[in-house]
Design a protein around this ligand. Structure first.
Ligand code: ZN
Length: 677
């Protein structure tokens, strides 16, 4: 395709993709399937790859393009983002309206716009001639943080306004938030990674938006509603409600519950209505915002030093209660995390009886200084699990003692330890029933023991029906055992037994990886296999020895050492091996990358990453994910990330995609012509 044709098609594709983004993310009414969308996107990306000078910042492909930053730049708001006054009682609303009437000194009918108060993070977007040029947090109201690169990753936010006639300047304010389900998902991930969970969706949204690396923000399903103007040039609207409709027509999402009301009775009804439905909304709200609808009247009313006179936030009553902690128990998660859980006198909070709340981890217990017997304030936010927010220390018994998590797993009795850099304490037992499902799934995985047919459902059943009580039992399964599973026929059972037989011939590193020792991924497992050659050497390795292996830091060494200091872990390992496991020889694959490590950065134009990885492995290399000083080669595709700079700084050998492909071709030809003979 020549460049002019490409330019036309690129423009066309961008318009189509923006339209479908709008339908999908803003309107929730997609018109095409995901795969049709992916096709359009792939076509755009490939044309832009062919003609990189046609890439513009508003292209849908440019949502995640920023490099990690060291710190945020700041940016001053053209008009300060001042906060609203809060109202808690009906009488506060009467006062608010009477103040307005006194101020204007004449009798007029006043329309109001009412909207849910989203519990998120305030954000200002700046569009110049329809293009998004900046996203800025509220900050101190005068100056905020420039989070433009992160804002671009939020799919509900248009990079270009959907109008042929955009105002020259549109500053628009809104709230970035996470849905309740996204919040729970992110907290589960945090806990799995040993990081502290976020206390509420607002903190999680703030933590996600204020990431120095936009690629992390891109993974968080942030959303946004817009509700207020900043500085605007070239937009003719006379009411707030009109303004909202206008920006909505540009592709900016507004809350569907926004409406106009005529008097105080309607305001109270709306407040009551939202208070009733708040649990059923997919996002957190904490009140109602009431605004004078007429923009002229807003201007006349102006603002005090603190807040506008024409708007107020009418908060819901906090959903809190005081109760007594009867016990703090320890639950063990599916990845072995020990979590303290407060059990309290059942108490009613806004219609829901609650009797337990997670205390997350030892750090959180220490921060609250919460103890058995304490009286505490418990808060429920939406349908999110209740939280202990405060300890009433004045009511504490003198005899109370601080709570400490045990150093043994309450389920299986194995050592429980805390690794450096993590807040969680984890059980190290291979046979821990709490972790068994996850361990078995990991053990059977393709890149671990590769036992075909042992998907999540079969693994779950094997544990639930107590057929498998430890990972070693997998290799001793019989036809009779398998027949106890649901929907199990003779053919399927035979296939499963065959997969088990086949998996017995494997590589040593796969076996090490399959054990699921914390922090031991594929790359570390390969290093361990190379270094120790057999299981006895590995079992008997001293912590110091482990630490001296390249890529095995003190934390990883401690984890491996602790694992093999548990007698029953060794018993399980030996039992698996004595089922007839045979390791293929740990011969080094001869090839260009033999014994070398390789990292990829950027997009490869000639093949997917996975394929390139296989080529490197065929040539005896190990593919890693991050650049360290021990790295041998960095292979660079299009739009390389920050890894390139890091590698240059460390004097690591850099190969372009072309060089890499030439090299592989040459190696393969040499093989054919028998150079290795
Ligand atoms: Zn355990």
């Amino acid at each position: 395709m020549d460049k002019d044709r490409a330019r036309e098609r690129i423009e066309e594709l961008r318009t189509i993709i923006r339209y479908h983004d709008y339908l999908y993310y803003v309107k929730n009414q997609p018109e095409i399937t995901d795969s049709e969308y992916d096709k359009l996107f792939a076509e755009l990306r490939s044309l832009e790859n062919q003609f990189p000078d046609l890439i513009t910042s508003d292209s849908p492909t440019q949502r995640v393009s920023g490099e990690p930053q060291k710190e945020f730049k700041t940016r001053q708001h053209t008009i300060p983002m001042i906060s609203l006054d809060n109202a808690f009682e009906e009488s506060d609303i009467f006062d608010f309206i009477n103040r307005i009437k006194r101020f204007v000194k004449r009798h007029i009918d006043i329309d109001f716009v009412v909207e849910p108060k989203i519990d998120g993070l305030a954000l200002e977007l700046v569009y110049e001639n329809g293009l998004l040029v900046a996203g800025v947090t509220r900050g101190d109201g005068i100056t905020g943080e420039d989070v433009t690169a992160n804002v671009k990753t939020i799919k509900t936010i248009p990079l270009k306004l959907m109008t042929d006639d955009p105002p020259p300047l549109l500053e628009v304010r809104g709230e970035v938030f996470l849905s309740k389900s996204a919040f729970q998902m992110i907290n589960e991930q945090q806990e799995e990674q040993g990081k502290p969970p976020f206390a509420n969706p607002r903190n999680a949204a703030a933590g996600s938006l204020r990431q120095l690396d936009p690629s992390i923000t891109a993974k968080r399903p942030l959303s946004a509603f817009f509700y207020a103007p900043g500085m605007i040039r070239g937009l003719n609207v006379s009411t707030h409600f009109e303004f909202l409709q206008k920006i909505n027509s540009y592709g900016l999402k507004i809350n569907p519950l926004v409406k106009t009301v005529k008097d105080i009775t309607e305001i109270f009804n709306y407040h009551r209505y939202l208070s009733d439905i708040r649990d059923s909304l997919p996002y957190e709200i904490d009140g109602v915002v009431i605004k004078v609808n007429s923009l002229e009247l807003q201007k006349e009313l102006g603002e005090t030093a603190r807040s506008p006179r024409w708007a107020i936030a009418y908060k819901f009553k906090p959903r809190q209660a005081v109760t007594k902690i009867n016990d703090i128990i320890v639950s063990v998660g599916r990845t072995g995390t020990l979590t303290p859980v407060a059990i309290f006198e059942p108490v009613d909070i806004a219609g829901v009886t609650v009797s337990r709340a997670t205390l997350h981890n030892q750090d959180e217990v220490d921060r609250l200084d919460v103890r058995v017997g304490d009286y505490v304030v418990v808060e429920r936010a939406g349908d999110v699990i209740p939280e202990v927010v405060k300890v009433l220390k004045e009511k504490r018994a003198i005899t109370s003692t601080p709570f400490k998590l045990p150093d043994k797993c309450p389920i299986c009795g194995s050592k429980a330890i805390k690794y450096e850099g993590e807040v969680a304490i984890r059980c190290t037992g291979i046979d821990c029933p709490a972790q068994l499902k996850e361990r078995i799934k990991h053990f059977c995985k393709k890149d671990a023991m590769d036992i075909e047919g042992f998907g999540d459902k079969i693994c779950d059943q094997l544990v639930e029906k107590k057929i498998v009580k430890g990972i070693e039992d997998i290799f001793y399964l019989t036809m009779g055992d398998l027949f106890k599973l649901e929907r199990m026929g003779k053919k399927l059972a035979e296939n499963l037994l065959n997969s088990i037989e086949k998996a017995k011939k494997t590589e040593f590193y796969r076996f090490i990886y399959a054990l699921g020792i914390r922090f031991v991924g594929e790359v570390t497992a390969k290093k361990l296999a190379e270094t120790f050659k057999n299981i006895d050497n590995l079992i008997n390795a001293k912590e110091e020895e482990l630490k001296s292996i390249p890529d095995v830091g003190p934390v990883v060494a401690k984890s491996i050492f602790t694992f093999f200091s548990e007698e029953k872990n060794i018993t399980a390992v030996k039992k698996i091996l004595s089922a007839g496991i045979v390791f293929k020889e740990n011969e080094k694959v001869a090839g260009f990358f033999s014994g070398k490590s390789v990292v990829f950065t950027g997009t490869l134009s000639s093949m997917p990453r996975g394929e390139a990885k296989k080529l490197v492995e065929k040539q005896g290399g190990i593919v890693k994910s991050s650049v360290t000083k021990d790295l041998d080669y960095l292979i660079v595709g299009e739009e390389p990330g920050s890894k390139l700079d890091v590698a240059k700084g460390l004097n690591i050998k850099i190969l372009s995609e072309e060089e890499f492909i030439k090299l592989i071709k040459k190696e393969e030809e040499n093989k054919v012509t028998g150079r290795l003979l």
